[in-house]
Ligand binder design. Structure first.
Ligand SMILES: Nc1ncnc2c1ncn2[C@@H]1O[C@H](COP(=O)(O)OP(=O)(O)OP(=O)(O)O)[C@@H](O)[C@H]1O
Length: 644
């Protein structure tokens, strides 16, 4: 390999940051007391120490050796050598061209010699270790002038816990610099990491996945390992990238929460005679192909009920019936709509900063799901997420439900008293859904708790200190409620640190992706339905008053109707939906509004809206069924919902 183009960059990163990285490394080298013209310290280990070094790094050495040999084949006769070091920069193994080895001997690029920054100043191995990142050090960027004849590219090798195990390096004569060397070294280090990861767990389910089937089994495939009970263990870089989450965040996930498929179904798939590639859908909506590898010491049936601690805690705190955890990160909700992207960007800026968040949006737009995602992406993610629906709890019970009560606080109170939801959320997030429906009498109490961060249970004189992040949601116009003296202005200002409005489904530009994602979730890992173009065109025109809830129900039914056809066509849609489409097609709700007789007095607006929302929920977002159940026209339902 020959020197091509201008003087090479010092690192794989941008020249500006590379330069400052080199400067920083030089400063560290000076601080270690090294002299630029000093003689490099060459004190190799003795035989016994060397064999101990090999023994300590046996796993790394075993997996690295074949990769080093392949790498060496790529650079043979280029006056270079391939070097493996341990996590302290001590050379464990070296392969090289004879002519260069003689030169390398001068500076002791030999097993047992340490190339840490402390010992050799700025050099690719030591600086890659110090920075925890791939690094190229060329010629006089080396701190010691004795090393100026070298050009070196090194990449750290990480284990499955993101701990550095060692460094892979290619060092050569400075004239042999080639800009592709760094890429080769990085790829080789990644290859070693992938092999170490798949070998790391004796009892695990390993999924190899990529959005392109032909990339499975290659260096760029994603690899994720799970316990036989489905709990996330670790993943390689490509998997982190594809899943869009850092390793730390993935530890609260399961196979099911990441790939939307129960592990038991994966086991069933693997039991078939010739299991083909799986087609799974990540929560980001991206479809991936996957191959599973089971390395299990016990029968899988002994594990399938294992539930990860974090997930189970969060679930019990949220509701007595464990709900499936899905779409648990803000990233997963970002499926291409610019309004959603902007909203998520805003939220990311305030997360973890003790700013109350108020989510508004029509029914079924995903307010609760968004609140859960905010919690999961926050530093409080290991705390509880406690959701309280202020509209569904009878007014008489909200107080005890929220604040808790002492034994015998009121007739019928449980013997031992009850812990209120606010205290349950301590250290985590309190989600107050339908906050607009909170009785006025309790609003003052809630405000006091939020200001003083203390809760006094009913019937008690003792206050309990609480630390909760607050997220509220409403599909009502709180300003209008304030104007009508139904909501306290001071509470409103305490709740609206950041107000975000979820767009209605009809306003979203990513409907196609959403439909595809929901169908994939519905198929639960099996081949999923597609939607015929004319149906999709109808979907784009539909008003979707029940938003996600309605779309979900419709797709579920239509997918069943489509059966083996695997394509949802018009004849698979329920009649009342087609009627609605027809009605909307002829006269959009805005126009119909004017022409329709108003069956409800404006003073009853709120009651009417609550009734409509509840009925709509009960009918899975189906407008016709809701209108029929309430004895009003479909257009009235549309109009009432749209007014909010
Ligand atoms: N982005 C999304 N992707 C997939 N499903 C979604 C999404 N947003 C919401 N859903 C689903 O739609 C349903 C309603 O969501 P959610 O309860 O969060 O809405 P909401 O706005 O809080 O509704 P309401 O105002 O009626 O309480 C849930 O089943 C949820 O899982």
């Amino acid at each position: 390999m020959s020197l091509k183009g201008p003087d090479p960059a010092f690192s794989a990163e941008s020249p500006a940051s590379a330069l400052s990285m080199i400067e920083q490394s030089h400063r560290r080298s000076t601080a270690y007391g090294l002299k630029r013209n000093g003689k490099p310290e060459i004190a190799p280990l003795d035989r016994a120490e060397l064999s101990l070094l090999l023994e300590q790094n046996q796993v790394l050495h075993t997996y690295a050796l074949p990769v080093m040999e392949t790498l060496y084949d790529q650079i043979v006769n280029t006056h270079n050598m391939v070097i493996l070091t341990d996590a302290n920069g001590v050379i464990v193994h070296a392969l090289g061209d004879d002519d260069f080895l003689a030169k390398a001997d001068r500076v002791a690029l030999n097993p047992g010699v340490t190339w840490s920054e402390q010992s050799k100043g700025t050099n690719a191995i030591g600086t890659a270790l110090a920075e925890g990142a791939p690094t190229t050090i060329h010629a006089d960027a080396h701190y010691l002038s004795a090393n100026h004849f070298l050009t070196c590219s090194a990449a750290p090798i990480f284990d499955h816990q993101s701990k550095i195990l060692g460094v892979l390096d290619v060092s050569g004569d400075r004239g042999s610099y080639h800009k592709h060397t760094m890429a080769l070294v990085r790829m080789s280090a990644q290859m070693i990491e992938n092999q170490l990861l798949t070998a790391a767990f004796d009892d695990a389910v390993t999924l190899h996945f990529h959005s392109r089937a032909e990339f499975i089994g290659t260096l760029v495939e994603g690899i994720a390992c799970f316990t036989p009970g489905g709990r996330f263990l670790s993943a390689n870089r490509s998997a982190l990238f594809q899943l869009g989450l850092p390793l730390a965040a993935l530890h609260s996930h399961t196979f099911n929460s990441l790939f939307g498929w129960p592990l038991s179904a994966l086991f069933d798939h693997c039991r078939t005679a010739a299991p083909g590639l799986l087609n799974l859908c990540l929560h980001s909506g991206v479809r991936v192909f996957a191959r599973a590898e089971l390395r299990l010491s016990k029968s899988v049936f002994q594990h399938v009920n294992e539930v990860p601690h974090v997930a189970s805690d969060a679930v019990t705190a949220t509701s007595p019936l464990p709900a499936p955890r899905r779409l648990s990160s803000l990233r997963y909700l970002n499926t291409g709509d610019p309004r959603m992207a902007a909203l998520i960007d805003k939220l990311n800026r305030v997360i973890g900063r003790d700013i109350a968040i108020l989510i508004t949006g029509e029914t079924g737009t995903g307010k609760e799901l968004l609140a859960q995602a905010i919690h999961n992406d926050s530093p409080r993610k290991n705390g509880a997420f406690v959701a309280v629906n202020c509209a569904s709890i009878p007014e008489t019970l909200i107080e005890s439900e929220l604040f808790g009560y002492e034994e015998g606080a009121f007739t019928g109170a449980r013997k031992k008293g009850g812990v209120g939801k606010i205290v349950q959320a301590n250290g985590g997030t309190l989600f107050l859904d339908e906050i607009g429906d909170m009785p006025l009498s309790l609003q003052a109490r809630l405000l006091r708790v939020l200001q003083e961060r203390m809760v006094t249970p009913l019937g008690s004189t003792k206050s309990i200190a609480v630390n909760v992040a607050l997220i509220c949601a409403t599909n009502r116009d709180l300003r209008d409620l304030i104007a009508r003296n139904l909501f306290r202005e001071d509470l409103y200002y305490r709740l609206n640190g950041l107000v975000v409005k979820l767009p209605a489904l009809r306003e979203r530009s990513d409907l196609d992706i959403i439909v595809e994602k929901l169908l994939a979730e519905e198929a639960n890992g099996a081949r999923c339905c597609t939607v015929a173009p004319d149906v999709m065109a109808f979907f784009r025109r539909h008003y979707w008053p029940g938003n996600f809830r309605q779309l979900n129900n419709l797709l579920r039914t239509a997918a069943v109707m489509a059966g083996a056809d695997r394509q949802i066509r018009l004849e698979h849609l329920p009649d009342d939906f087609l009627d609605d489409l027809h009605a909307v097609g002829q006269a959009p709700p805005a126009a119909v509004e004017e022409a329709t007789e108003d069956l409800m007095s404006p003073r009853l607006d709120d009651l009417a809206l609550t009734a409509i929302r509840k009925t709509l929920d009960a009918h899975g977002g189906n407008i016709s069924a809701t209108a029929k159940a309430l004895g009003v026209s479909r257009n009235t339902v549309y109009r009432k919902l749209k007014l909010r």
